[in-house]
Design a protein around this ligand. Structure first.
Ligand code: ATP
Ligand code: MG
Length: 250
């Protein structure tokens, strides 16, 4: 099953959620592939893969564009998942994709053989709705949409839902919205409570329990760890583990 973390808005917790979800699924003995499909390469940096190391290996750029690539030249094994890194080069892949014709379904084609090797493939998408994100949506069985709990975020949510709708209507009719995941939630803040209530009124059961705001998330990333590794009993870690359970139990 391919699950992606999507929202064109930046900084809403896509990378954090993808990392923790992949870790949580791996912890439950699932075979997991985590893919950094963002040219910013945030996940690649969190996982401490140096520029030097990236120069000497293949990344998702070759994965997308080179049909003769050996997948083992890209995969980096971690404790709970295998990882496919990205660099800024992925931006030029998007330009080459557009020039090549069948540009929306390239990632879907490439991931097809890997689906058999893994229980779950988790994709961290870039903060855009351009050709890279459309590739992610076309390749996915299911999407999780992290949304910050503030009013501006609600407008952005409408846009990503419309995009998911048009991908479903055209290329990928099987695409499901798994969860809308409220992030950076401050329980004591009235504004956050209001937004959470609005989300629940509008989207009902799609709305998962909110991921609270904590500086420990940034601390864990600095240490190259998911929150679950960094502080497994933290309420944020518990929430991500619960999300993994819900995914596993269908
Ligand atoms: N629950 C949280 N509490 C506090 N900080 C958080 C939380 N989740 C994420 N962050 C922080 O917010 C910033 C953005 O998070 P993240 O990189 O996961 O978002 P993103 O949506 O992937 O961003 P981008 O759109 O740039 O790819 C990071 O500094 C991260 O440490
Ligand atoms: Mg990110």
């Amino acid at each position: 099953m391919i699950i992606s973390l999507i929202n064109q808005k930046g900084g809403v917790g896509k990378t954090t959620s993808a990392h923790n979800l992949a870790y949580a699924l791996g912890e439950k003995n699932k075979k997991v592939l985590l893919i950094d499909f963002d040219p910013q390469g945030s996940m690649t940096r969190i996982l401490n893969i140096s520029n030097e190391a990236l120069k000497n290996r293949k990344t998702n750029y070759e994965f997308i564009l080179d049909d003769d690539i050996d997948i083992n030249d890209i995969l980096i094994p971690f404790n709970k998942f295998d990882f496919m890194p990205s660099t800024t080069q992925l931006t030029s892949a998007s330009i080459q994709l557009i020039q090549s014709g069948d540009f929306n379904t390239k990632l879907r084609e490439k991931l097809q053989p890997l689906k058999e090797d893994y229980d779950f493939i988790v994709i961290d998408a870039p903060p855009s709705l351009d050709v890279l994100s459309i590739n992610v949506l076309c390749a996915s069985d299911s999407v999780i949409i992290p949304v910050e709990t503030n009013y501006l975020a609600l407008e952005g949510l409408v846009l990503v839902l419309q995009t998911i709708g048009s991908v479903r209507d055209s290329i990928n009719p099987e695409l499901q919205i798994h969860t809308i995941l409220p992030t950076k939630y401050e329980q004591g803040t009235l504004h956050h409570q209001d937004v959470l209530n609005t989300l629940k009124d509008d989207y009902g059961d799609f709305v998962f329990e909110p991921i609270k705001k904590s500086v420990q998330v940034a601390d864990s990333s600095l240490e190259g760890m998911s929150m679950i590794e960094y502080n497994s009993v933290h309420v944020i870690s518990q929430a991500y583990k619960k999300l993994a359970e819900v995914i596993i139990n269908g």
